[in-house]
Design a protein around this ligand. Structure first.
Ligand code: NI
Length: 155
């Protein structure tokens, strides 16, 4: 019996998570965007760019969706630009992960000869984990600064 692939029904939850990431940008005081708890740790600013760039890299290098890269590190600087980048890159990955055929297909990084073959499901869960991981970093940063957010009750 052929087992049909299930739709990725985490997308509405992930959309909500992306909205919270966008909201988090405004929770960071302007004079703390370049702050990190230790010099060797990434700043808020760098972490937000890294999230958007990771989505772009997966869509370009592995999924190869044919869309134009927004050039995160070159073009995204201000808080407003970061919020737009988080929304644009979310829309881009959503278009892929909301498509059953693309979700079930397999992909390999085009620029890394030893790259393992991955399903669209794997890429989706990897990027979801990545969003959660770095959101947690930034929530902890805010807690260290004594800034409360409405998104969590404990740091
Ligand atoms: Ni990362």
């Amino acid at each position: 019996m052929k087992i049909e692939g299930a739709r990725l029904d985490i997308l509405p939850t992930w959309k909500n998570l992306n909205d919270m990431l966008v909201e988090l940008v405004d929770r960071v005081p302007d004079d703390k965007m370049e702050w990190s708890p230790k010099p060797e740790l990434w700043t808020f600013h760098h972490t937000f760019l890294h999230l958007a760039e990771a989505r772009e890299q997966w869509m370009n290098r592995a999924i190869n969706d044919g869309e134009t890269d927004i050039g995160v590190y070159q073009n995204v600087h201000t808080k407003q630009e970061i919020k737009i980048a988080l929304r644009q890159t979310w829309e881009r990955i959503h278009r892929t992960f909301n498509d059953q055929e693309k979700l079930d297909a397999t992909y390999r990084d085009r620029y890394w000869a030893a790259a393992p073959l991955r399903t669209g499901h794997w890429v989706a869960f990897h990027l979801l984990e990545h969003d959660l991981h770095h959101r947690a970093d930034m929530l902890l940063y805010l807690a260290l600064l004594g800034i409360e957010t409405s998104q969590v009750w404990t740091p």
